[in-house]
Design a protein around this ligand. Structure first.
Ligand SMILES: [Zn+2]
Length: 57
């Protein structure tokens, strides 16, 4: 299982998304970022940051 803690990218956010694959985590992170942070576009840099913050749990 992979886990991404949103607080690593957005200070103070306690959102956590989990998924079986990196793609699943990225999809959920994108949905969370759009909903909670108004980030509607995940560019290459943001995507790399999301991947970098994803941990195996
Ligand atoms: Zn967040």
């Amino acid at each position: 299982m992979l886990e991404l803690r949103c607080g690593e990218l957005f200070d103070g956010c306690d959102g956590v998304v989990r998924g079986a694959t990196q793609d699943e985590v990225l999809g959920q992170a994108a949905a969370h970022a759009a909903e909670a942070h108004g980030v509607t576009e995940v560019d290459a840099e943001t995507r790399a940051a999301l991947v970098g913050a994803t941990r195996e749990v």
